[in-house]
Design a protein around this ligand. Structure first.
Ligand code: SF4
Length: 100
């Protein structure tokens, strides 16, 4: 396993553990896409480190088709990985994994 893959795997695990409560909170309160300007410094940092962008350059590879996206809404929903809580369905980050 390459170093970059190992770092992403560890980062993915730690990120998932760290933000699960946020994802559940977002779900409990009804997901709505947050204005990026209102995100905390930690949330912005997490998005930046994972290369989050919106919109995604490829419509087939976006948050809505990612295994970490737990939203039901067509436009946005919680991401189990990013500490941003909710993400737009047309976003994308480096940790995208095809929904099974
Ligand atoms: S692509 Fe990234 S930001 Fe989007 S749902 Fe998946 S892990 Fe979250």
């Amino acid at each position: 396993m390459a170093n970059r893959e190992r770092v992403l795997t560890r980062r993915t695990m730690l990120g998932t553990i760290a933000i699960l409560p946020l994802a559940f909170t977002a779900r409990a309160h009804g997901a709505s896409c947050a204005d990026p300007a209102t995100l905390s410094a930690a949330q912005k940092s997490m998005r930046k480190s994972l290369g989050f962008k919106s919109p995604a350059p490829d419509v087939a590879k976006r948050c809505a088709t990612c295994a970490f996206f737990t939203g039901k809404a067509a436009d946005c929903g919680p991401c189990a990985l990013l500490s941003g809580g909710v993400v737009p369905a047309n976003g994308l980050c480096d940790s995208w994994a095809k929904k099974g």
